[in-house]
Design a protein around this ligand. Sequence first.
Ligand code: SF4
Ligand code: MG
Length: 332
Amino acid sequence: AEPLLDVRDLHVEFRTRDGVAKAVNGVNYTVHAGETLAVLGESGSGKSVTAQAVMGILDVPPGRIAGGEILFKGRDLLKLKEDERRKVRGAEMAMIFQDALSALNPVLSVGEQLGEMFVVHKGMSRKDAKARAVELMDRVRIPAAKERVGQYPHQFSGGMRQRIMIAMALALEPDLIIADEPTTALDVTVQAQVMELLADLQRELHMGLILITHDLGVVADVADTIAVMYAGRIVERAPVHEIYKAPAHPYTKGLLESIPRLDQKGHELYAIKGLPPNLMNIPPGCAFHPRCPMAQDVCRSVVPPLAEVTGVPGNRRSACHFWKETLDAADQ
Ligand code: SF4
Ligand code: MG
């Protein structure tokens, strides 16, 4: 089937006082209806910027889409007029942010904010909209929704506020939801509950879901596919279970080995040495080479393409000249 979302060779730049920061440098990914894609990377890897380009919330200075296509249900979003784009953003795709408290309006009750979606987009009466707001709060499993619909955002816990954000995103039954670090601000138990809710709703409603995270541990149980980003490019893409078994890129391998394990308490954790590159001065060749324990001369001059990884299950790709050696090392 045709993908719901097909991002092709996307480039995004930011003009700064010191020069042009190349935040996204030729990203390709697809999301199908009913699929969950986790986009993983450190801060500055371009994972959020790519998502913001898809949502159409960054094509204003200093950000600039410098090339590529964003096909959504077959239409290139980058060719739509702003008012058409806004319609898509309201009704067909929605975004969930990390910080619910700053995304919600503090002086409106959650019921008014949820209801507003139906009043504005569906022309509903206030009374009907309020009833829909209660339904939505039930749907995201907020206890005593009827009693709490008139309360304000600050009267809810962090986890409950994030559920309200999810309810807002679901209100118009979008085909695609983008969640940018949706649980990062929450404590571990609540993280798992919110993630499970999101995954359940995604399955029920057969939506596409993009989960942006820096934490591989959080998405393991819910993602179908993982795309790992580094310096504005995807460096590895694989079905989630395959990538855990055997990463085909040294950067992914480093990320996996950095997940704290309960059974290895006191064990020295492998953390990837060094820092992510300055996006105004990305290293030539493979951008990861200054930090890569496997780097060779070729890595310093030749950009590795996102090549097909053969001989393993699933549709996999890696942007490493030595993906084969990396896979083999994981086997031992
Ligand atoms: Fe390391 Fe070279 Fe592979 Fe880049 S291309 S990840 S530097 S081995
Ligand atoms: Mg971010």
